[in-house]
Unconditional design. Sequence first.
Length: 277
Amino acid sequence: MKKNRTCAIVEDLLPSYLEELTNDTTKEMIEEHLKECKKCRAYKEELLAEKEEFLLQEEKKSAGFKKRLSRYRYQLLGLFLGMVLTVAAVFGSIIFAIAYYNRETQTEAHTENIQEYREFDDYYGISKLYLFPNATIKDKRGVEIKKYLYDCKGTKLFQDCQILLECEYSKEKYEEEKKRILGISDRETELFVKYTKEEYPYPAAYAMNGYETCYEYVLFLDEEQKMIYVYLQGGIDRRDLLFSEEYLPLEYGQNGMEFEAIGYNIYPIEEPFSEEE
């Protein structure tokens, strides 16, 4: 009976003994008993075998986990690199598209050659330039072009434009041209050119007056039988004008903007005009 009770105590303590968690006295007692008890020695061997099997299984699990972790790590790295390359490709495409668009749409044209009048290279203004005479004016009798300025810079979406034509007419041609201008209207909007003696330094007719930073007008210098045709677009600063400020509207601000209500415009709102229309 005494032996069975000792065996029961040793069996309870063996797991702690094998883990080296018992004190020296208990350890000595267990070892003395194991020398004498075959049953407890067998139980000890059984516990050791179970422990070894457990450690082996844990080692296999750890190796499998490390292998899976390594595989996932490579997969995540591949996914991350793929995302980086995709983002780089997208941004590269956007940058290329912007650069290409700017290169393709950027316009810059300037001439003061009277013989190039009405050629209007790279013109994408809002106005259809109805007030300006057609190109045949260069060859008409009784008409002398004194000055021509064409300057349009920007993109196809919107340009800064300065166009000026100064013509001197015979009396007959002057009245004929004035009549043409005052009779101009747009068939879509059914709006007519307006005549004024108050908004400009000279009597004038305009098709656009402060609309979207645009002005298209003709100044009538009756005594000299001279007409000044002007088109401005883009809120041109006075300091950047390529012609005399004498020909500007009286309310034209420093940056070209009028601080009044909606301006006047005879043209329909549509795609930018091109000379082919």
